[in-house]
Design a binder for this molecule. Structure first.
Ligand SMILES: [Zn+2]
Length: 656
């Protein structure tokens, strides 16, 4: 095998022409060894984008979530931030060895079988708010195109038929001056043998060289088959993406993406096939790869029992929490999924919700007729907004560096939180910041603003409720039951006709019960009713009331009911976990306390070999006398254990 001497020398950076649309975006291009390369589309703003879709034979899992969430964020950013005109194509692999095995096991016709798992995949994508590609291509729809494509490669001299199958002739391709594998120049002969990508027992004799890989496979009995010039058979795996991408997007194509696991052999073979078919040197201009996902530091696999389906994950976390978890990582870096990471995502999500809620209240409480003259605070916040925009622009052009984007956004949010707590910044400026932050979250596929917007405006009603409840609490605190009675019986509440009966009922019930408690001069019960309204009645309807310091008015926030319930469940689960941990530690402590110092050290045969009559170690495990320093340490341990043991004995005595 000959290999190119200079790695990635074959790659040519697309040159900017007069009508090129240049944004400054740079991508880590696998065709150039992940080097950052300026992104120049072939035709102005138009970007043709192909990415490898799933093989549909089993549940969609977290690995899919990582890959397709990453691609989703990239698509939104290319379109909504950089204003490219995107045409996206994703394939569905519905012909494959694993599918044939799965369909046979399920006693299903193979397309019936793949439809089930295809639906599972798209349901999971929808649940995670991942946008559909513009074009979906199924392999089973493109077999005639695949046959024609393979014929062209044969007639160009880079593939041959053997025993009803067709193979790509790697050696011939390289000796004609082409580069293979383009993205893995360091690849060795051993790896090249894996280039086949699928088990090829007894196939060696059919091939001219072990490096050759199948474009078409003669079908075995019980396998799906299609007619071809080489007899009945089916496409190999790699050929599908070369054919379907070209069928929709042509040659050359701007951008191709997929998981890093596909880089070799799948993507290198895709490139070789297309370039052999079109007799060209650069079918794809930019090839980007999504980083690998580990689960708690280990590779995700069914055998390790850490295989997590998207459906399972979404029972524990909201789609937004899952999105945040992946979005705050660099798309092409490896990521390790863990419970701690999800806890961080939950905390982040909560702080973002609070930001949008608190700014909403701030804007709700402000009038355009308020004083508008800028103070030092406004100038500072405005300057921070501008510098944040600059940092974010730099980061996005730098290979979609979302960790930096999120970091800069957090700093802006923190500053706004401080300013609105001090109530010393103009509302129109806050409005500008909120719109910008919302736009940035939009790139991540997250919309906090629509999360709380209900079709029916509960604002007038909720303002009255908060005011009544505040008055009740102040009056009760002052033992002024007449004022309590007045607060709840003053006048009929005013609200929109379409407002939920549950809400109106809850408030009416609150007023009636407070009235009774007030007539009975039961102060304690009045406070309990105020808490019940906040923690149960309104909470169950997705409304939170936040009580402020004594003389300040309370505020209300509206949430998605289901999410609020999940949040409470998550908090309870966390609390339970902590309690269990505490119990476990107490149990361990108790077990330890039951040991006399003698027993305590005798259990440490891995450290010590001889002890004196009190149980104090005298020699280490190798029979050496303990040093002065070691003696001091064991003496302290002995005394500590003795104290623990004595207090245990004392306790036992008292209990008898
Ligand atoms: Zn592919």
């Amino acid at each position: 095998m000959q290999q190119s001497k200079v790695p990635f020398a074959h790659y040519k950076v697309p040159e900017a022409k007069e009508d090129s649309y240049v944004t400054g975006l740079k991508l880590a291009n696998s065709l150039k060894g992940s080097e950052l390369v300026p992104f120049i589309p072939i035709n102005g703003r138009q970007v043709n984008f192909y990415y490898c879709g799933p093989t549909v034979y089993s549940n969609s899992h977290l690995g899919h979530a990582r890959t397709y969430l990453g691609i989703d964020v990239i698509r939104r950013t290319l379109r909504d931030y950089f204003h490219y005109d995107l045409l996206s194509v994703m394939n569905i692999t519905d012909i494959d060895d694993k599918i044939i095995t799965g369909a046979n096991a399920a006693k299903q016709e193979f397309l019936e079988f793949t439809k089930v798992w295809e639906k599972d995949f798209f349901d999971a994508m929808e649940a995670l708010n991942i946008e559909l590609p513009d074009v979906i291509t199924r392999v089973s729809d493109y077999v005639p195109e695949i046959v024609t494509f393979i014929q062209k490669i044969i007639s160009n001299g880079y593939a041959y038929e053997s025993n009803g199958s067709v193979y790509f002739e790697v050696q011939k391709y390289i000796s004609d001056g082409h580069t293979y594998p383009k993205m893995r120049p360091e690849v060795n002969a051993e790896l090249l043998q894996e280039g086949e990508g699928e088990s090829q027992v007894n196939k060696q004799s059919e091939k001219k060289s072990p490096y050759d890989f199948a474009l078409w496979k003669a079908s075995k009995p019980d396998e799906p088959k299609w007619q071809s010039p080489w007899g009945e058979g089916r496409p190999g795996w790699h050929i599908e993406c070369s054919v379907m991408a070209s069928a929709i997007l042509g040659n050359p194509i701007d951008l191709h993406a997929g998981g890093i696991d596909l880089l070799f052999p799948h993507h290198d073979n895709s490139l070789a096939q297309a370039e052999a078919c079109f007799n060209c040197e650069q079918w794809i201009n930019y090839f980007i790869h999504l980083g690998h996902l580990n689960i708690a530091d280990r590779k995700m696999s069914k055998s390790l029992k850490n295989f997590m389906t998207i459906e399972e994950v979404l029972k524990r976390y909201t789609p937004r929490q899952v999105r945040l978890n992946f979005a705050i990582h660099q798309y092409d870096a490896p990521q390790n999924y863990s419970e701690e990471q999800m806890e961080q995502a939950i905390a982040k999500d909560k702080s973002y919700q609070e930001f949008f809620q608190n700014t909403k209240i701030y804007l709700r409480q402000s009038q355009v007729t308020d004083a508008q003259k800028w103070t030092e605070n406004d100038f500072q916040l405005s300057a921070l907004l501008r510098s944040t925009k600059q940092i974010i622009h730099q980061a996005l052009t730098n290979n979609f560096d979302f960790p930096t984007v999120v970091d800069a956004t957090n700093k802006l949010i923190n500053q706004v939180n401080i300013q609105i707590a001090a109530k010393n910044v103009r509302a129109p400026l806050i409005s500008s910041v909120v719109n910008y932050v919302n736009f940035i979250f939009g790139l991540l596929g997250i919309n906090y603003q629509t999360l709380f917007s209900n079709q029916i405006d509960i604002q007038p009603l909720m303002e009255q409720v908060c005011s009544i409840r505040d008055k009740v609490k102040v009056a009760a605190r002052n033992n002024d039951f007449e004022a309590v009675t007045n607060a709840v019986s003053q006048k009929q509440l005013e609200y929109e006709k379409n407002i939920s009966n549950h809400l109106v009922d809850a408030i009416n019930q609150f007023q009636q019960e407070v009235l009774v408690a007030s007539q009975n001069k039961n102060k304690q019960q009045i406070f309990q009713l105020c808490d019940k309204l906040r923690d149960q009645q309104l909470f169950n309807l997705g409304i939170k009331i936040e009580d402020k310091d004594k003389d300040q008015a309370s505020v209300w926030k509206q949430y998605d009911v289901q999410e609020l319930k999940l949040e409470r469940e998550q908090q309870q689960a966390l609390l339970q976990q902590k309690e269990q941990q505490k119990k476990k530690e107490e149990q361990e402590k108790l077990e330890k306390a039951k040991l006399s110092p003698k027993e305590f050290f005798s259990q440490q045969a891995d450290k010590y070999s001889e002890f004196d009559e009190t149980g104090l170690p005298t020699k280490d495990k190798d029979g050496n006398e303990l040093s002065k320093k070691q003696k001091k340490v064991v003496q302290e341990l002995w005394e500590k254990q003795n104290k623990l043991y004595n207090s245990y004995l004392e306790q036992q005595k008292q209990q008898q």
